[in-house]
Design a protein around this ligand. Structure first.
Ligand code: TMP
Length: 206
């Protein structure tokens, strides 16, 4: 769901002539995409939680240095599918890595850089895992590499990370909005567009 929604948002910003790039984490640069493969493939126990955290941070550092900062310096908008909140949610709330250590690492990797706005797509865990399973089956059918390492971490893990994202949103009310994604794709799309346009003072006719 989130990639589809990000594509919609990208198109709607483009349609009013905003110079914007779309990127993702883990990944978004050549080096970070290579690190991504280490993170999303293979068995859940492939990495211990700290190693996994450092790999995400290494990928983010490369993404920031080679993709995000150059774009911002040119005056472009950057839409990213995931950023540091995912490390706090997955590695912090999900795997129990020390949250203060994660904040320090974030400062080390990104300095004070933060998104102006963060959209959290919320879904009950059962529904989310069912959707992920459907996607994985499709990937096997299409012979695409299976990026299901996190989906295999179980319902308890996903309950913890949902709680994590909701807590992050509560602690960062100015920056974060939560969108209920049990609604239709079209409804979600128009809600996101309305909120983004409002936040940045945009109007639909440019
Ligand atoms: P994706 O499915 O959104 O492409 O992301 C790949 C997986 O990586 C996803 O299950 C969430 C996980 N992830 C982390 O665990 N920590 C992070 O910091 C990021 C950016 C992603």
């Amino acid at each position: 769901g989130k990639t589809t929604q990000l594509n919609f948002l990208y198109d709607s910003l483009k349609s009013i002539d905003i110079d914007v790039i779309q990127t993702r984490e883990p990944g978004g640069s050549k080096g970070a995409e290579e690190i991504r493969n280490l993170l999303v493939e293979g068995p859940p126990e492939r990495w211990d939680a700290v190693t996994e955290t450092l790999l995400h941070c290494a990928a983010r550092r490369d993404h920031i240095k080679t993709t995000i900062l150059p774009a911002l310096e040119k005056g472009l908008w950057v839409l990213t599918d995931r950023f540091s909140d995912s490390t706090m949610a997955y590695q912090g709330y999900g795997h129990g890595v020390n949250k203060k250590a994660l904040q320090n690492l974030q400062q080390f990797v990104a300095g004070t850089m933060q998104p102006d706005m963060t959209i959290i797509l919320d879904l009950p865990v059962k529904i989310g895992l069912a959707r992920a399973e459907k996607r994985a089956t499709q990937q096997i059918k299409n012979n695409n590499g299976q990026e299901d390492r996190y989906e295999r971490m179980g319902a308890d893990f996903h309950e913890r990370l949902r709680k994590g994202f909701l807590n992050i949103a509560k602690n960062n009310r100015k920056r974060c909005i939560i969108i209920d994604t049990t609604r239709s794709v079209e409804e979600i799309q128009s809600t996101i567009q309305r909120l983004v346009f409002k936040k940045f003072g945009l109007s639909e006719d440019g």
